[in-house]
Design a protein around this ligand. Structure first.
Ligand code: PLP
Length: 383
């Protein structure tokens, strides 16, 4: 049997929505994008939502509207994807990487505190795999040191913290709708905020710095006349993607239940396997289950993580590693020369983590096949 790491879950409603947009004669940003923004902001409880063409663009605009300057420092977790660090580098600012919690893979508030300097401007907490980070503690630190928070919520729809959806806590929250994400439109993203000034500025910046409703210039209500008020970006989304976003949003809860069911089955099956450490769930927050990351209990195994992954692959099971700690990459080694010993938890995690397939539409047979083989490899290689 072959089990891919991911397969997009699309239905006939998605196809119909996209077909309608194509037939409408309006392909790029337009009424569907506005509708998607309105529905999305309502779901995450934010005042404003600005649709863009990637989560990376949303993070970039977030840092741009807080006016990040060269040499400023931005605190980020070491266990994250390329995007979280690179957006800081767009400004010639410094991504200050800090260690994460071994249980949740999320940024540790006490590590943030230790790394705040006079140059720190912002924190980008990443809600790893969809499990919210310690938002209250992070808000308190930011408040005390006068720092901005741009949440990297790329994994986070729908995620909840103390009963409230992620998307309305920070100065700006950045979501991703990349192909593998819980709302997947191919490429896409959204920045949410309660700050009207930020929202207006992000709207101008996403489309070439053109003042007010640039997308309307080819519509009946629009006008050929426009003014460029800033050097902006080409970060707008399209109505094709927005229509996919709308139909996916409509079934997001059902799709979350499908993911949660897989997670529950995995957890139940691995409960008594002491070579496997399961993902941590916390009572005051709800994960989107974008990822299901197991940690190998290396003390109880004769093989290392890489061999475990190879053996799964030999049996047709595709997995992934989220993430290679950012400071380990050549670019950041050269830039920051971080000593791995400063990151004991990220190093500990990196040796042990494997992301198992968890995608809606995964068959019962595929789920059981993954379980059977993870357990078999763990038992055959028991120390
Ligand atoms: C933690 C994290 N942040 C940011 C991003 C960037 O999102 P996008 O691919 O939509 O630019 C990703 C995407 O994979 C991610 O995993």
């Amino acid at each position: 049997m072959e089990v891919p790491f991911h397969r997009s879950y699309t239905t006939e409603e998605d196809v119909a929505g996209v077909a309608e947009t194509i037939r409408s004669g309006w392909l790029t940003m337009g009424p569907k994008t506005i509708e998607f923004e309105n529905q999305f902001k309502a779901q995450v409880g934010a005042e404003h939502a600005v649709a863009v063409n990637s989560g990376t663009a949303a993070l970039h605009l977030g840092l741009r509207v807080i006016d990040l300057k060269p040499g400023d420092e931005v605190i980020i977790p070491a266990m994250t994807f390329a995007a979280t660090g690179e957006v800081v580098r767009y400004f010639d600012a410094v991504p200050v990487m800090v260690d994460v919690d071994r249980r949740t893979h999320n940024i540790l508030p006490e590590e943030i505190e230790k790394h705040v300097t006079a140059k720190t401007r912002a924190i980008i907490p990443v809600h790893f795999g969809g499990l919210p980070a310690d938002i209250d503690e992070i808000l308190e630190i930011a408040d005390r040191h006068n720092l901005k928070i741009i949440e990297d919520a790329a994994h986070c729809f729908p995620s909840f913290y103390k009963g409230k959806p992620v998307g309305g806590f920070a100065d700006i929250t950045a979501f991703s709708f990349y192909a593998t994400k819980t709302i997947a439109v191919g490429e896409g993203g959204m920045a949410t905020t309660d700050n009207e000034e930020y929202a207006d500025l992000m709207r101008i910046l996403r489309l070439h710095g053109i003042s007010k409703d640039a997308w309307k210039r080819y519509t009946k209500e629009g006008s050929w006349y426009y003014e460029i008020v800033l050097a902006g970006f080409k970060y707008n989304t399209t109505d094709i993607q927005a229509s996919l976003g709308l139909t996916q949003l409509a079934k997001a809860e059902k799709v979350w239940r499908m993911r949660e069911k897989i997670a529950r089955r995995y957890t139940e099956a691995f409960r008594n396997i002491d070579q496997i450490i399961m993902p941590t769930v916390l009572p005051d927050r709800q994960t989107s289950w974008h990822l299901y990351v197991i940690k190998l209990n290396l003390e109880a195994l004769r093989i290392k993580r890489d061999t475990f992954i190879e053996q799964l692959l030999e049996r047709g099971i595709h997995t992934s590693v989220h993430f290679i700690p950012l400071y380990r990459h050549p670019y950041y080694q050269k830039l920051l020369s971080i000593d791995y010993r400063e990151m004991p938890n990220s190093e500990w995690l990196f040796e042990r983590i494997i992301s198992l397939p968890i995608f809606p539409g995964m068959s019962k047979e595929q789920i059981e096949y993954v379980i059977e083989n993870v357990v078999d490899i763990a038992q055959k290689n028991r120390r």
